[in-house]
Write a protein that binds this ligand. Structure first.
Ligand code: PLP
Length: 374
């Protein structure tokens, strides 16, 4: 049975060149980058070349890139240190952020008694900028944390515009860019952001590897203690093979960006056209001009099919995800869709299809045919 993988917002298949690079580092470059002997120095050189390569791809300086174990760690670190060390008294975020931001903000609210404000979300999943400006008019040391591309519905935030608004109101700006790094151009010399984060496994790199961009002189302090790695900002021996693999993955993604974006956009349009023909009453969740890698939609099926749809597709070798997570047999709606949809629409089956350049039109035909048998 052909496997059809259409769940690339969850994770992506690793590129062969990345595996090759990682295998080389694992077998040959096993020194500790902190050791002063030649093996250590060779490892250090790989580490710093990886950092330089990542920085170059984002038009940042190498010292602004700090390696972490994943996107979740980077988000936790930035939010926590902003409150603990930069004395942020309020976080403005939205209810459609990833839990790595939402749950961290809630914990910080409890621990430090800071204020959390949630900016309004429009019915199409976009952030209400008027509401953000209104919230920012309150004078308080503030961090705005809003994601670039939403992982469930693919809505895109205008980083440039939000960054300017934050600057005008003296607020720090953090953006979770886990879904967009490697898939769009990010120019950190131009973008007025203080912090962004990335995760290698979302752009065909290894799992368990990420980084944070920390703008120079931000004053951020470490989350972990016990070593001088990453200029003391992230203690712990660096996972060199993961980092080298991540740098390679980003380099290839950036190099192929234009071609892969065009190819994937065409696939997404093909899926929309097919849905229009086969299920004309389907509805897109989020904006019609959402990010090219994600399409989230409601199928015009009866509610009783909601629970079994993913299982049915999985039996046919198709991996997609649903806008609702099924827990212990009950259906708990996605926190993102719950914020945007009516109660009636929330009960209907929603699917998130997320693409990579490894997908083909045949994958989409297989998905559509499988949906027709439900
Ligand atoms: N932020 C967003 C938007 C994501 O989609 C994810 C991954 O699901 C994360 C953060 C967490 O990244 P990681 O898996 O590297 O912890």
């Amino acid at each position: 049975m052909k496997k059809v993988y259409l769940d690339n917002a969850s994770t992506t298949a690793i590129r062969a060149e990345v595996v090759q690079e990682m295998t080389k580092v694992l077998t040959e470059d096993y020194g500790n980058p902190s050791s002063t002997h030649s093996l250590g120095r060779a490892a250090k050189s790989i580490l710093e070349l990886s950092r330089k390569s990542i920085a170059k791809n984002l038009n940042a300086t190498a010292q602004e890139i700090i390696f972490t174990s994943c996107g979740t760690e980077a988000n936790n670190w930035i939010l926590r240190s902003a409150v603990k060390d930069l004395k942020v008294e309020r976080i403005i975020t939205s209810k459609i952020e990833h839990h790595a931001v939402l749950y961290t903000a809630l914990v910080l609210e409890k621990e430090y008694g800071i204020q959390i404000d949630y900016v309004a979300v429009k019915p199409n999943g976009e952030i209400d900028i008027t509401d953000l400006v209104e919230l920012l008019s309150q004078q308080k040391k503030t961090l705005v944390s809003l994601m670039h591309v939403n992982n469930e519905i693919g809505t895109v935030l205008d980083l440039e515009r939000i960054g300017r608004i934050c600057q005008e109101h003296n607020a720090l700006f953090h953006s979770d860019t886990v879904q967009s790094i490697g898939k769009t151009i990010i120019d950190l010399q131009k973008l007025p952001v203080d912090f962004i984060v990335a995760s290698a496994h979302k752009f065909h790199g290894p799992k368990g590897s990420g980084f944070a961009f920390i703008r120079k002189n931000s004053g951020l302090q470490p989350l972990f203690f016990g070593g001088e790695q990453e200029k003391g900002l992230r203690a712990g021996t660096e996972a060199l093979h993961q980092i080298a693999g991540m740098a390679k993955a980003l380099e290839i993604s950036q190099h192929n960006l234009e071609a892969e974006r065009n190819y994937i956009s065409e696939l997404k349009n093909y899926l929309i056209t097919k849905l229009e023909i086969e299920f004309p009453a389907f509805e897109i969740n989020g904006s019609k001009d959402g990010f090219y890698t994600v399409l989230n939609f409601i199928l015009p099926f009866s509610e009783d099919k909601t629970a079994m749809i993913l299982f049915h597709l999985d039996m046919k070798g198709i991996a997609v995800s649903r806008g609702s997570a099924c827990q212990s047999g009950s259906i708990k709606p996605s926190h993102v869709l719950a914020e945007m949809l009516s109660n009636d629409d929330l009960k209907k089956p929603s699917l998130r299809v997320s693409f990579s350049h490894y997908n083909t039109k045949e994958d989409i035909d297989i998905l559509i045919n499988a949906l027709k048998t439900i």
